[in-house]
Design a protein. Structure first.
Ligand SMILES: CC(C)(COP(=O)(O)OP(=O)(O)OC[C@H]1O[C@@H](n2cnc3c(N)ncnc32)[C@H](O)[C@@H]1OP(=O)(O)O)[C@@H](O)C(=O)NCCC(=O)NCCS
Length: 182
């Protein structure tokens, strides 16, 4: 089973050409609320949550768990990319014991369309292949989420299967540092 927990968290900030990936801080709270309250962001990921509910429920430092990278551009959070163990109860697995690391990503709409999600996810996958050599990473996305499927393709994920979940067709793919250029 993939364990993200034993890895020291947060790691040192990861710098890409344009972005910084780092652990979350209290100053990111407003951006987390924006992400989860945005109907555009929620289109293929279960919908937006009411802002007043988020204001009450989101902790002072949100996303403070191993695997959550805040993605920063010019000193401000524009999104997040996550590596979490995939729930064994859900369909879609590539290991007999399940618990694979699953990649996730959400960005604020004003940051879309400039390659930031792909750049951030590539850096997170690099980090993962260094800290968990040879471990696969899985990804599922609604087939209607064309931007997400394009990111999966650009990152080098390959399709394993499709299935129905949450009332929609899901694409399920896998990435491995062994078979991908990165
Ligand atoms: C999906 C998401 C992360 C993309 O962020 P982004 O920074 O715009 O992504 P990138 O620019 O790195 O790549 C998006 C790719 O999809 C393409 N794309 C975007 N919308 C598209 C559409 N409607 N049809 C076809 N291609 C589309 C872009 O052109 C780009 O491909 P390209 O580099 O070949 O031109 C962002 O839209 C988001 O946060 N969505 C809401 C949350 C979500 O759905 N997350 C994924 C859950 S599986």
């Amino acid at each position: 089973m993939t364990e993200l927990i034993p890895v020291p968290w947060p790691p040192a900030p990861i710098r890409t050409e344009r972005l910084v990936l780092r652990g979350s801080e209290a100053r990111d709270r407003a951006a987390f609320i924006e992400l989860f309250a945005s109907p555009e962001v929620g289109t293929y990921v279960g919908g937006a949550r009411p802002r007043d509910e988020l204001e009450r429920a989101v902790p002072e430092v949100p996303g403070r768990r191993p695997g959550v990278f805040v993605v920063e551009l010019d000193g401000a959070m524009i999104g997040m990319t996550t590596l979490d163990p995939r729930d064994a109860e859900r369909p879609g697995h590539v290991r007999p014991d399940a618990g694979e690391a699953e990649l996730g990503y959400m960005f604020l709409p004003q940051a879309w369309g400039r390659g930031y999600a792909t750049e951030a996810c590539a850096a997170a996958l690099d980090w993962f292949s260094d800290t968990h050599p040879g471990e696969p990473v899985v990804l599922s996305a609604q087939t209607a989420n064309v931007a997400s499927l394009r990111i999966a393709e650009k990152l080098g994920f390959t399709e394993v299967e499709r299935f129905e979940e949450y009332g929609a067709e899901q694409w399920f793919g896998v990435w491995s540092s062994v078979t991908s250029a990165g």
